[in-house]
Design a protein around this ligand. Structure first.
Ligand SMILES: *Cc1c(COP(=O)(O)O)cnc(C)c1O
Length: 423
């Protein structure tokens, strides 16, 4: 559920006409609904109200500090995958004791930063990483709480680029080896305290079964670890619950909750969840303006001012995003590709889409753009990145200014003329 929709013929974000935001902020612009963000957090909270749990919003889905602050105010924890995300979380007022650190390639400086801030735990993905965290913790005279991310070899039946829990994926440690690593950590790595088991099998998962299959495997490991005298207190189920972009019908968090609570009954653990997409995906849209329309003999094109640098998902995964006219018209329709100005044929937002026959200057709303939208954006083709706006009831606030041309070259320098090496 979200708070975007038509009132009469005008498209609204909560109580604000999208056209009004466009008039003040220009296009392309990301627009987030704070009510939707809060509702999604509450849906998870309600789903797990009966059991000890911690929701750690996965920052990489949308890392704007105003989004993070909205969740922090609700009591959310955070799942980070870099020192940069830790910095953002702390700027937004996150409690370090509610932060988990995931990712296959944590650098020494990032591990040190997280240890000094006192995060809840590291989700460790390799034996060498265990050794690195132990070494850094020893130097800092600290104990690092860890979970091992197990790779349960479960097929989440999602896009191959976003499935992570198969043996062929780079993520986690296979279950049998994970057991050995826990025992090694307990016996030999004095500055580590194993407190959790972690598992994240992929993204945009629209069925409950893969989660339950993964849970069955991690539950066995957890029991074995306890019998080895390793005091596991946390079971981190990762994120990955899908959303409706088109016709998908993913389980509601309450259904997911029922299944997980059922599968963990009697374990006596605090459950951790790392939802990203399902928290922010449908809480954001990307508004864009039509620059030109072009009719070809085979295809019609609607050329807009948002491109793959703003929203990479269609180019990257062939993803579907619904597109709506900001001013609804009940006139003619056309079938067209919605494309951006970037010099790549892969630069499209929609293909062969039936749309109202818009003209230059009309605006479109690309739906479900709150997750992996702005956070994956780039400056490709020297395009300043879009502004971001947070709507709250009838008010809205710019939570990230549109980049300027000066921003494009920030930090760049010319080579000093005199020092050029002679050949
Ligand atoms: C990306 C990621 C998530 C969030 O996934 P969603 O599909 O957006 O819910 C959670 N945990 C880890 C380790 C991730 O890499």
């Amino acid at each position: 559920m979200h708070f975007f929709g038509y009132r009469g013929s005008n498209f609204y974000a909560e109580g604000v006409p999208v056209q009004k935001i466009i008039k003040e902020c220009g296009t392309p612009v990301y627009i987030y609904s704070s009510k939707t963000l809060k509702r999604h957090y509450e849906a998870y909270g309600a789903a797990f109200a009966k059991v000890p749990h911690l929701i750690c919003y996965s920052i990489k889905a949308n890392s704007n500090i105003a989004v993070l602050k909205t969740f922090a105010n609700e009591g959310s924890g955070f799942d980070i995958v870099s020192g940069g995300e830790l910095f953002r979380a702390l700027k937004a007022g996150a409690e370090p004791k509610k932060i988990v650190f995931s990712g296959v390639g944590k650098r020494d400086d990032e591990i040190e930063f997280a240890l000094k801030k006192g995060i809840l735990m590291f989700n460790v993905e390799s034996p060498e990483e265990l050794a690195a965290i132990n070494r850094i913790a020893r130097r800092l005279r600290k104990k690092a709480a860890i979970a091992i991310r197990v790779n349960p070899d479960v097929d989440p039946k999602t896009h191959p680029y976003i499935s992570t829990g198969l043996k062929k994926n780079k993520f986690g440690i296979e279950t049998a080896q994970a057991l050995k690593e826990y025992i090694n950590a307990k016996n030999n790595l004095r500055n580590l305290t194993p407190i959790g088991v972690d598992c994240h099998i992929g993204s945009q998962i629209t069925k409950i079964e893969p989660f339950i299959d993964a849970l069955a495997k991690t539950r066995e490991l957890l029991k074995t670890l306890r019998s080895e005298g390793i005091d596991i207190q946390y079971l981190d189920m990762g994120g990955g619950l899908g959303i409706t972009y088109d016709t998908e019908a993913p389980p509601h968090p309450s259904k997911y909750g029922e299944a997980v609570i059922d599968g963990t009954r009697g374990l006596g653990v605090t459950l951790i969840f790392e939802p990203g997409r399902s928290m922010v995906g449908n809480a954001g849209i990307l508004a864009t303006k039509v620059l030109y329309t072009k009719k070809g003999s085979e295809k019609n094109f609607i050329i807009v001012d948002a491109a793959m640098n703003d929203l990479a998902r269609p180019s990257l995964y062939g993803s579907y995003h619904a597109i709506k006219a900001v001013k609804e018209s009940h006139g003619e329709e056309i079938t067209a590709d919605v494309v951006g100005p970037i010099c790549e044929s892969g630069d499209f937002l929609a293909k062969d889409r039936i749309l109202p026959s818009v003209k230059s200057g009309d605006c479109l709303a690309v739906m479900s753009a709150g997750a992996y939208g702005f956070s994956m954006s780039s400056n490709y083709n020297a395009r300043p990145r879009a502004a971001e706006v947070m709507v709250d009831g009838r008010e809205f606030h710019v939570v990230r200014e549109r980049e300027s041309l000066a921003d494009l070259i920030r930090g760049e320098r010319l080579v000093p003329e005199g020092r050029r090496r002679r050949k």
